[in-house]
Design a protein around this ligand. Sequence first.
Ligand code: NDP
Length: 486
Amino acid sequence: MTRPNAQPVASHFIDGAYVEDATGAPIPVIYPATGEVIATVHAATPAIIEQAIASAERAQTAWAATDPTERGRILRRAADLMRERNHGLSQLETLDTGKPLQETLVADATSGADALEYFGGLAADVTGQTMQFGGDWAYTIRRPLGVCVGIGAWNYPTQIACWKGAPALATGNAMVFKPSEATPLCALKVAEILSEAGLPAGLFNVVQGAGEAGAALTQDPRVAKVSLTGSVPTGRRVYAAAAGQMKHVTMELGGKSPFIVFADADLENAVSGAINANFYSSGQVCSNGTRVFVHADLHDAFVARLCERLSGMVMGDPLDEATNFGPMATADQRDIVLRHLATARSEGATIAAGGDAVDGDGFWLSPTVLTNLTDDMTCVREEIFGPVMSVLRFEQEDEVIARANDTQFGLSAGVFTSDLTRAHRVVGQLRAGSCWINQYNLTPPGLPFGGSRQSGIGRENARMAMDHFTEVQSIYVGMTPVEAAY
Ligand code: NDP
């Protein structure tokens, strides 16, 4: 196996330097393609958590007072370093997650760099309002929140660290970031690069650990905000813990998003969209369009062409750039998906493609297409978070809108049609934070991203993310003498 020589040198990154505390519980880092242990990190002890929060708190006041143009310049320098080192960082992301290098080269460090560059450019443009009240007037300023905590899922470790870190830092906050214990390496490289780009010590600290470390950070009274990317059950726990101290939250949670293909859609384009919406990153994408509603007139042709196109899938060594389909990130996740497939079979689903684990080392599953489904089946209702597409038939526009909205989630949705009016009419009725028309899962940093209903609260990316990392202070200016009753 090719090993990048860029592995982080210790478990945590605090106050501008790598820090080790081997008394923390060991966490093996497993390469999902082979099951091999490629590194070991240690979970944060209470002393490490204390160091991380204390150093963030110390650093934040001076950072908030730093000229925002300078804050932005540091973020943009970090973006340049990430792009220069994209190849090594992508290899590390592949080792951390199992995602093929073909994907990580274009979707991870590059997407992190886009966020750093975007928010770096906006840092000096955080503005307030002025209001006139007769002779008196008022103005508002946006103030940073202070120490913010970022908690990440395991599917996009570099991107999540940057999507949270960049807007937090651009607006004058400090961040303590805890990656998923399944993918602990990449966020450390983000911290290292930010530091090399000139970020003062303490402003972006990374600590390792499982849920307990996240919970300890969430409950610390010095923390003003928690931004979580994770599942709905974890979101509920973290939101509840944050509410106890009235902390700000952003919750980027799970989904079971509808992907609607009307009869007038371009078939090849819709199949391409559905492949990306279900099998990219082996299906481990929160916003995936996993309930694929296809108009009855197109259904059979769609399924046939989809299964044909799956023969172009190349499963193999993820570090080989020819590979375009990787393993599940963890053995646990593979087992969860296999249990879902067993349930789907027992509830009467037809397996039109895939449906099995792949023999050998590592956590491999074949891309799976399920048909002959009804909306009440478990595979149609629950997030599977693996390469499993459920294809459903529909007849009428109103019917498909109602069925698409019949879910507790509300993260994303896609509509494929050549009827422009219908496309806008339909997305206008879908209860989903992010919708795509004739495209899927593109998330440029200038477009807000996030969910409604159980899929989350708040938005990442765009100016909105900066609003979520600041709070408004209103200042009333009296211009005339105060009139008092006595
Ligand atoms: P989890 O909810 O299991 O974990 C998310 C993070 O929260 C991990 O770092 C986890 O630590 C941590 N955590 C767990 N319990 C607590 C707690 N009580 N307090 C604080 N932190 C805690 O999600 P997964 O990592 O399994 O990721 C998959 C989920 O993430 C899917 O539901 C997916 O849809 C969602 N997701 C949402 C995205 C979005 O933007 N909307 C994007 C990507 C994924 P550890 O895992 O180390 O125990």
